[in-house]
Design a protein around this ligand. Structure first.
Ligand code: RB5
Length: 142
C-alpha cells in the first residue's frame, strides 16, 4: 500500500485508530485526529476525511467511532465518498470489489482489534472489479 490513507476517529474510536496505525506502521497514514480520548463530535472527523478524499489528498480513508455508524453517516454526506461500515472481511472484500468503497468505517465497541486489523488489510488490498459494478457505482454519483 503506497497511497496516502487518511485516518480519523472520535474519542470512541481513538484506541482502535492508534492500534491500526501501529499495526500498519509502513502505510502512509494522514492522521486527522482526534488525538486523545477526550470527548469530541464524530461528524467533524467524518467530514475531515471526506474533504481529504474530495480534494484528492488521499486515495482511501479509515474512520472509527464507537459503532462506526455516526462517523460513516457523516463521511457519506460528501458525494466524493463511498464509506462502508464493515464488521468482517467478507464485507471489506465485497465493498471494494463491488462498491469501490473508498472509506472504511469501523466500530471500536463492536469488533475486536484482531478482526479490525484483518478488515483493514483486506479493504486496503482488494481491487475494484469494475465491469457491471462500474455502472452501478456511477449511478451513486447522479
Ligand atoms: C460517542 O459516544 C458515540 O456516540 C460515537 O462514538 C459513535 O458510536 C456514534 O455513532
Amino acid at each position: 500500500m503506497t497511497q496516502k490513507i487518511a485516518i480519523a476517529s472520535d474519542h470512541g474510536g481513538y484506541s482502535l485508530k492508534k492500534a491500526i496505525k501501529e499495526k500498519f506502521s509502513s502505510y502512509d497514514w494522514v492522521d486527522l485526529g482526534t488525538d486523545s480520548t477526550e470527548s469530541v463530535d464524530y461528524p467533524e472527523f467524518g467530514y475531515s476525511v471526506a474533504e481529504a478524499i474530495e480534494k484528492g489528498k488521499v486515495e482511501f480513508g479509515v474512520i472509527v467511532c464507537g459503532t462506526g455508524i455516526g462517523i460513516s453517516i457523516a463521511a457519506n454526506r460528501n458525494p466524493a465518498v463511498r464509506a462502508a461500515l464493515c464488521t468482517d472481511t467478507t464485507m471489506a472484500r465485497l465493498t471494494r470489489q463491488h462498491n469501490d468503497a473508498n472509506v472504511l468505517a469501523l466500530g471500536e465497541r463492536i469488533i475486536g482489534e484482531e478482526a479490525a486489523f484483518d478488515i483493514v488489510e483486506v479493504f486496503l488490498n482488494t481491487e475494484f472489479e469494475g465491469g457491471r459494478h462500474a455502472r452501478r457505482v456511477e449511478k451513486l454519483s447522479q
